[in-house]
Design a protein around this ligand. Structure first.
Ligand code: EPU
Length: 417
């Protein structure tokens, strides 16, 4: 198994380009199945989760051409089966969004509970209830769910919990239902809005995506089109945090700074200097940064996917910080290893920790439990004195394209072995 060997304690310098957002591109692949016409996907990150999605869609008999790096063409002229291959679907939480086009195109879908449990329980009740509201019937035989419908009818649905994939799946399904659908308490993440813009460019009629209330008028069919993946705000935020934690000067290029306003506001309070431009951000070395407490929230709040990198930064700033993870109950477990690297962390309960900084981190051998914690370990290893080994880097490759090659270019001592 591959691992990263990192020698920490060095300042980084230079500029780094952001890739397309994994969590946007994954949904665009699913949306491409709503039409029989070709869809061209651009700026797709070449990461493991995308490869799993491509395999899963190909196993449905849909044609996918990998045209060149970052570019794919999906042509779902025919969909040959309504079973999502359980072996692949279980590896990927985003597999659940494929239920939406299958239900809309084939009227039926059979699938396992999707993967992704290391950060906490990840239920799918909003999908089940949402599809039920559109007229689908749901059964569960112990191993697989089956959802079927003769006809999807527009309806009103209020999400009991704000769900990103749930909102995306309902927008796709309702786009092909008869009549109007009103969705309330929707996720407002930029990935949701980007998906709606793409669907509208193919002929869908979605109003309000990016706000809590979304109205969808169903249409009979969708055209093909082109999807340009938005920049990955989590990758951009993680690299900004890396620069702040290592007190480095770093320019983050080809990003959408507005998608990270919650991070810039937190940097302001922590006295970390940032220059924000239209599509780039420059982080300046800050030697007197102070700790700031944070609560993860749905967009536009502070993203749970940046909680782990931020915790590493808070080991390097001065003072006490309370970190409250409100979205996932298992997403602070990774900090046990950070403590072993020398961080001063007190676990208060499964959702809250207190971090006292600054701490001198020491290199260690660590195991990456999920992709965001994996990125946090890279940041911690680059801050630490001495050598660290990060095992199980498949988890990091799930979401970050060739991260070691890009980090080397800004001066990081990191090797894949
Ligand atoms: N929830 C329910 N019932 C459901 C679905 C969700 O109770 O049926 C709860 C979850 O347990 C959680 C909350 O709602 O407490 C939010 O979950 P959500 O459905 O929004 O998460 P998701 O759509 O499965 C996406 C991203 C995650 C990201 C979250 C929150 C994708 C493929 N995944 O997950 O990304 O953390 O939104 O922003 O888009 C990652 O990339 O590392 C990652 C975990």
């Amino acid at each position: 198994m591959e691992k990263f060997i990192i020698n920490g304690g060095k300042k980084l310098n230079g500029s780094i380009e952001i890739r397309g957002a994994k969590n946007a591109a994954l949904k665009a692949f699913a949306a491409a199945l709503l039409t029989t016409r070709p869809v061209l996907l651009k700026n797709v990150p070449e990461v493991e989760d995308i490869k799993r999605m491509v395999e899963l869609i190909q196993s449905l008999g849909v044609k996918i051409e990998h045209i060149k790096n970052g570019e794919y063409r999906v042509t779902a002229k025919k969909i040959e089966t309504y079973l999502l291959d359980p072996a692949i679907a279980k590896k990927l939480r985003a597999s659940v969004v494929l239920t939406a086009p299958l239900l809309a195109r084939v009227g039926r879908v059979k699938f396992p509970h999707p993967g992704g449990c290391v950060i906490g329980e990840r239920p799918i009740d909003v999908f089940i209830d949402g599809y039920g509201a559109l007229g689908a019937k749901i059964t569960h035989n112990g191993a697989l769910y089956e959802i079927s419908t003769q006809k999807l009818r527009g309806s009103k649905f209020i999400f009991p919990n704000i769900s990103v994939t749930g909102t995306e799946a309902m927008m796709m399904t309702a786009s092909m239902a008869e009549g109007e659908t009103f969705l309330k308490n929707c996720a407002c993440e930029p990935e949701v809005e980007s998906l709606a813009n793409f669907l509208n460019s193919c002929g869908a009629q979605i109003i309000g995506a990016g706000t809590p209330n979304v109205k969808i008028r169903g249409v009979k069919s969708l055209r093909g089109g082109i999807y340009e993946t938005i920049p990955d705000r989590i990758e951009a935020g993680s690299l900004a945090i890396l620069a702040a934690a290592t007190k480095s000067r770093l320019k983050i290029m080809k990003c959408e700074p507005e998608h990270l306003d919650s991070l810039w506001s937190l940097f302001g309070k922590a006295r970390i200097k940032v220059k924000i431009n239209k599509s780039s951000v420059e982080i300046l070395p800050s030697f007197s940064s102070s700790s700031v407490s944070v609560k993860t929230r749905e967009y536009p709040g502070f993203p749970t996917d940046l909680q782990a990198p931020l915790c590493v930064l808070l080991t390097q700033t001065e003072g006490h910080a309370l970190v409250h993870e409100t979205i996932y109950e298992g997403r602070l477990n990774w900090t046990d290893e950070l403590k072993r690297m020398g961080a001063n962390i007190l676990a208060l309960d499964p959702h809250r920790i207190e971090i006292k900084g600054p701490a001198k981190l020491k290199g260690r051998e660590i195991e990456s439990p999920d992709l965001r914690a994996g990125m946090a370990y890279i940041i911690a290893a680059l801050c630490a004195k001495g050598q660290s080994t990060i095992n199980n880097i498949y988890q990091i490759d799930r979401g970050y394209e060739k991260i070691e090659e890009r980090l080397k270019k800004i001066g990081a001592d990191i090797q894949r072995v």
